[in-house]
Design a protein around this ligand. Structure first.
Ligand SMILES: [Zn+2]
Length: 143
């Protein structure tokens, strides 16, 4: 029924004769002058290797050297400094924007933890202040 459409095409496509690791046959179209597709043609091995190596290079994320010293982060000012530094590293192409994204996300988590810590410290100070201000009040003794 669909023969008319198939016949109107250029040449009949031949399927690759190789079989996949799971034993099923490769359904990709064979290359012209070959019984195999690009991925299975033995004469294309070198080309394939180059393409893979290039792809690998393209996909590798740019990061700082593993020997880069750790950043010390104790307060929000340290976080601001880190983010500013990260912005500049992205602009200079020293790190991949995806790495910078992760840094930004983690800095955000960190800044909240630092702020939480500061808030808790202030609450403790405040509680101590209330305690010393009203030492006789039994209802406030749990503060
Ligand atoms: Zn194939």
């Amino acid at each position: 029924m669909n023969e008319g459409i198939a016949a109107s095409g250029t040449t009949m496509k031949r399927a690759c004769r190789a079989s996949k690791p799971d034993g099923s046959s490769c359904r990709a179209d064979a290359l012209p002058e070959s019984d195999f597709c690009f991925f299975h043609d033995p004469s294309k091995a070198d080309e394939r290797r180059k393409a893979t190596a290039f792809g690998g290079r393209q996909n590798r994320m740019k990061t700082l050297e593993a020997t880069t010293p750790d950043v010390e982060i104790e307060d929000t000012r340290d976080v601001v400094r880190l983010i500013a530094e990260t912005i500049n590293q992205v602009r200079r192409g020293q790190i991949d924007p995806r790495v910078a994204n992760a840094v930004g996300y983690l800095a955000n988590v960190l800044i909240r933890a630092v702020e939480q810590g500061e808030l808790e410290r202030r609450l403790v100070d405040l509680a101590a202040l209330v305690k010393t201000a009203r030492p006789a009040s039994p209802s406030r003794s749990d503060l």
